[in-house]
Write a protein that binds this ligand. Structure first.
Ligand code: ZN
Length: 1096
């Protein structure tokens, strides 16, 4: 059912809301308790303090007040390795950019994009070239028919989908769509763009599952025979995969002589045909002749050995050929195509089952009944009706949910709805909250629950008449009846102990042991806090934050400070009995910043001096968290602890740790122990913290192993964050640390939260990934949740689904806002259900699949050998693709690898996950680095995992300096680097500036203010501020990239052929890695082999 398809653009939530009483059931209730008066929440009449900001309907909002202040100045260069400097990516969907092409929501790019012989395509885009050659036409016609027949797959209800087109119409539209016919040679043309164009026109509905195919070398024989053969047969659509408009530099060796290509299968048919014709793509390899010369890399370490544990058979001598990298699906092209096709129009959520634009596309969202993709993204928007189908396809059904995601200024924060004393209206049986999918019946007197079908009475206060379509006449006046996302004010029944919460508190707990003092950390931090405390999170237009603050310092003992406003000087109280932690003072420990400003400032001035001469090197850790948690408990509030810690806590105390790092365990069955905490004490502590609503953010400054796997347990289970600054030195790292700290302290947080995901009959949430704690199988408990954190939920069938009714998800998050208000945030999402596998494969989102698979794998390493985890991923991916090949693709040569259009990047991205530091560490990666990354990825959203696993590589001098837009990226491969150019590479945590050895002297001068390449300082982390266009542009771009990410990325300048280049190359993920990770081409061949084995 298509909810709200015709919804008015903006519901005028302006009417006073009827209050009704007497109905209510809270699942989060507590015991009867106090009666703190609810704040006078202004219903949803006009602007209501939303979680993020207030926004009167129709009024554009100001940027969140919580934005971090601009980062300070640059730092001195640091030779420190990139490892350990990971930061977390941002949530936003990329830089703003305008896109020209429009694409219909939900539509996938065009049909089968065969990844084929791309190499030879001309650089010029010629969407409307001469018609295909006759031979081709025949093929195309054949294809068309087939696709027509197949047409069953209806895309989500269409907004503007044209009627199924016939061949005729298709050709009419694109008379000259012989895209492929006439390219002389050279770089591939931006076919994708052409496709984008076409894409919008042909009716998608008739399109059969789209596929990409190409012949892999491996295809020929049983094992890797194919390698010998010719490669890259041309395929049908020269789609996106083919074109590499962005390859500015170092074009790959030409496989085919110009002109050759054409001989084969001339180009791909126009989009329409393509659709069903995976096989169409002209298979046979023979036509194209060997694409490349012998490939040195290939033979050796076919990743097989280490990487593919599952690989049957001994490594074989490999034939010298390999796939042409330009002939395989390109992430860059797919990203560019989506930007071009879908970036210009808002994504309107009124239609069930629409696949949103990619996370890399900048787009606006209009909520018309389903949650924005900024809140929820799914692996598939069309779920198989039966569990058998789901098992056959092996496509995980999961949703990546970011309940408190920040929105761009152009989009409104969720409205806050007040149902009065009775609380939010819910289904009596399943407790689902009122939402646009509930069906009102009996003239509006009752409603049927869309989740469990229970018929409920409508409370008198909530009664409203229905219009002739059965919709309530006030539907568009009520967010909960017309929007995908909104908030309810919670009543006291939703509060702990039946008592409205007090405003939360922040406690800063500072390690003052020798290392912390010597590195300058303590002085830097205290100085920063003096100003940062003025920027604690506040809601709406509040002048002052409600959050109270407290301070603790520690080494082997803890020092509490009384900073009561009436004191002339702060008072210190020392607790040395760390085994039995207690809080020595209540009054004066947690204070309001403005009231106690003088005392706090005095304290922060004194702390660095008090410990300046310390010789104490030992620290405790668990007692510190315990103390903070006890302090919150005593104050009866939720809150957050900010811990600044430097070393392995070896002092005698609960939670004492020993150095158990052992790299010899890598690649053994005991490797998993490196990821497990060394004691259960921290889980126990975390559980207590969760019960108190005590979230822990940990800032680590280690000079050596500190056992991140253990220290991060509490932050992980309490919804907190971990930051790590290895070998911290003020001069090198202060900008990064302060930038992260400011952002972390200022961001809005929901405290003491519980999240529950309800589903309509037939599926249910069975598994959860993220930073939280669960004491039962359904409630996700989060001591804290901020706008950067996601919770990934996997679903399984427990009954048959229905195509007509689809499937519904409702995520409800109960939390306490920064101002102490108790609220429920609701997100609803309707998905389609299908009886044809093709529909599933047409509505998947690979970026989300990868997010899920990475989290699944990263959790798997806690219990299984890493190799087993990698094999499991490979097997699952092969099954997904084999199922498609078997059931959805048209028959074609076994030598062809055929990929569903929307999963054509699955192999390249999966390979990136497989060779990531957690699953296949290089020698330079420490155990702490791995544990750190592992827990970071657990909470990442889809945009973050996308760039984390496949970094962005931007050439800086290829596009005109005047160009205001970000330069188009190139593929992450050394082959794409030109030694006459300069590149930026970022993955959300790391940022490199790579300088080619032959870069023009003028460029070197403009950027670095030195006269030659040899004078550039390797490892530089700050570019000089020079007054010339190139310098301004590059520095501006760096700032822009940093602004897009949630953690500060420290710059590292890398010179070609320099030592540091090894570090940089680690991020060129399409290449073979030093740790044994396969190149993209090799992995694709391996996948093809796996698929063939499954099919045979
Ligand atoms: Zn129900």
């Amino acid at each position: 059912m298509n909810v709200n398809q015709s919804a008015p653009p903006v519901p005028p939530f302006g009417q006073p809301q009827p209050v009704y009483a007497g109905y209510h059931q809270s699942s989060y209730g507590g015991q009867p308790g106090s009666t703190a008066p609810p704040t006078p929440y202004g219903a949803y009449n006009g602007p209501v303090p939303g979680y993020q900001q207030t926004l009167p309907p129709g009024v554009s909002r100001a940027p969140p007040s919580s934005e971090a202040p601009p980062a300070s100045t640059a730092q001195a260069p640091c030779g420190q390795a990139a490892y350990g400097q990971f930061g977390q990516g941002d949530v936003q969907n990329g830089p703003s950019s305008t896109v020209q092409m429009q694409r219909f929501p939900g539509s996938q790019p065009f049909g089968s994009v065969p990844l084929a012989p791309v190499v030879s395509q001309p650089a010029v885009l010629q969407p409307y070239g001469p018609p295909p050659t006759s031979a081709q036409v025949t093929a195309q016609l054949a294809g068309m028919q087939i696709s027509g027949a197949v047409a069953p797959a209806l895309p989500p209800v269409g907004l503007g989908y044209g009627p199924p087109t016939s061949l005729a119409s298709a050709s009419g539209s694109f008379p000259n769509s012989g895209l492929y016919g006439s390219y002389p040679q050279g770089q591939a043309p931006p076919l994708s763009q052409a496709q984008g164009h076409l894409g919008a026109q042909p009716p998608q509905r008739s399109a059969p599952p789209q596929a990409s195919s190409f012949t892999s070398p491996a295809s020929g024989g049983p094992r890797m025979p194919s390698m010998t053969g010719p490669l890259l047969p041309g395929q049908g659509f020269g789609g996106p995969s083919v074109s590499q408009p962005n390859h500015v530099s170092s074009p790959p060796p030409q496989a085919l002589p110009p002109g050759t290509q054409m001989t084969g299968p001339p180009g791909p048919p126009p989009p329409m045909h393509s659709s069903q014709q995976p096989g169409y793509q002209l298979q046979q390899n023979g036509s194209f002749g060997p694409a490349r010369g012998p490939q040195p890399n290939y033979g050796g370490p076919y990743p097989g050995a280490p990487t593919f544990g599952s690989q049957p058979g001994p490594p074989q001598p490999l034939p010298p050929k390999r796939l042409d990298p330009d002939a395989i699906p390109s992430p860059i092209q797919v990203i560019e195509d989506d930007r071009n096709n879908r970036g210009s129009e808002p994504f309107v959520t009124g239609v069930r089952g629409q696949v949103p634009p990619l996370v890399t596309t900048n787009f606006l969202v209009k909520d018309q009944g389903n949650a924005s993709p900024r809140y929820i993204r799914c692996t598939s928007y069309n779920i198989p009706c039966t569990s058998d189908m789901a098992k056959q396809a092996q496509v995980p059904l999961a949703a990546v949910i970011k309940p408190l995601a920040r929105l761009p200024p152009e989009e409104a924060s969720p409205y806050v709805v007040d149902h009065g004393e009775s609380g939010p209206l819910r289904c009596n049986r399943c407790k689902a909250y009122m939402c646009p999918f509930m069906q009102f019946v009996e003239g509006g007197r009752r409603f049927q629950c869309c989740f469990c079908s229970c018929i409920n009475d409508v409370p008198p206060q909530y009664f409203q008449h229905l219009d002739h379509t059965g919709k309530r006449v006030d539907a568009y006046d009520r967010p909960e009846l017309s929007l995908g996302s909104y908030e309810f004010l919670a009543t006291v029944d939703y509060c702990k102990n039946n008592k409205f919460p007090s405003p939360p508190a922040f406690i800063f707990m500072i390690d003052v042991s020798y290392n912390a003092i010597r590195s300058g950390l303590v002085r830097l931090l205290c100085e920063e806090l003096k100003s940062l405390l003025d920027f604690l999170p506040r809601e709406g237009g509040a002048e002052e934050s409600e959050i109270r603050v407290g301070f603790v310092t520690y080494n082997k003992v803890l020092h509490f400070y009384n900073v009561k406003s009436s004191l002339a000087q702060p008072q210190m109280m020392v607790v040395s009995d760390v085994a039995d932690m207690f809080v020595p003072l209540l009054d004066g420990f947690l204070v309001n910043v403005s009231e106690s400003r003088a005392v706090i400032t005095s304290l922060l001035d004194q702390i660095p001096e008090m410990f300046a001469d310390t010789r104490e090197t030992e620290t405790v850790f668990a007692p510190v968290i315990q103390a903070g948690m006890e302090a919150l408990k005593a104050a009866e509030c939720a809150g957050k602890l900010f811990l600044f810690h430097t070393s392995l806590p070896i002092a005698e105390a609960p939670g004492k740790l020993k150095n158990r790092d052992d790299r010899k365990l890598i690649n053994t069955d005991k490797e998993k122990t490196l990821f497990q905490p060394q004691t259960g004490a921290y889980q126990t502590l975390a559980k207590e913290c969760v019960a108190q609503g005590c979230c822990v953010d940990l800032f680590l400054f280690p000079n050596q192993y500190v056992d991140v796997a253990t220290l991060s347990v509490v932050p992980q289970l309490t919804g907190g964050s971990v930051y790590k600054y290895a070998c911290f030195q003020v001069e090198n790292d202060q900008e990064r640390f302060l930038s992260d700290l400011r952002r972390d302290v200022q961001k809005l947080v929901g405290f003491d939260a519980v999240m529950r995901v309800r589903t309509s009959t037939g599926i249910r949430a069975v598994d959860f990934f993220g930073a939280f704690y669960m004491s039962n199988t359904t409630d996700v408990e989060l001591a804290g949740l901020d706008g950067d954190k996601t919770v990934t939920v996997e679903f399984k069938h427990d009954d048959r689904l229905n195509e007509e009714s689809g499937a519904l998800l409702q995520c409800a998050l109960l939390y306490t806002s920064c101002a102490g208000q108790r609220r429920l945030r609701i997100h609803n999402l309707a998905l389609n259900c299908c009886t044809q596998l093709a529909d599933l494969y047409r509505n998947c989102e690979t970026d989300t699949l990868i997010n899920y698979m990475a989290k699944f794998a990263y959790r798997g390493v806690l219990n299984s050998p890493v190799k087993t985890v990698r094999d499991t991923l490979i097997t699952q991916c092969a099954q997904i693709l084999a199922c498609y090949r078997k059931n959805c693709a048209s028959p074609s040569s076994a030598g062809q690898l055929i990929l569903p259009e929307c999963m054509k990047l699955l192999p390249v991205y999966l390979n990136c996950v497989l060779k990531s530091d957690v699953l296949q560490p290089g020698a330079e990666v420490t155990t702490d680095d791995r544990a750190y990354v592992r827990q970071l990825v657990t909470s990442m959203d889809v945009a973050e995992t996308n760039v984390f696993f496949y970094p962005r590589l931007l050439p800086l001098t290829k596009s005109p300096i005047e160009s205001a837009t970000e330069p188009p990226a190139v593929r992450a491969s050394e082959e794409r680097l030109s030694n006459g150019d300069i590149y930026l590479l970022e993955n959300g945590l790391n940022l490199f500036l790579w300088v080619g050895a032959s870069v023009q002297q003028g460029v070197v001068q403009s950027l670095f203010s030195v006269s030659s390449f040899s004078q550039i300082t390797s490892g530089l982390s700050v570019l000089p501020v020079l007054d010339n266009p190139l310098s301004k542009k590059v520095r501006g771009l760096i700032d822009s990239l940093r602004a897009q990410r949630s953690r500060y990325m420290k710059l590292i300048v890398v010179k070609q052929e320099d030592k540091l280049e090894m570090l940089f190359k680690h991020f060129l993920v399409e290449d073979k890695s030093l740790s044994g990770g396969a190149s993209y081409v090799d992995f694709l061949c391996h996948m093809h082999k796996e698929i063939r084995q499954l099919l045979s």
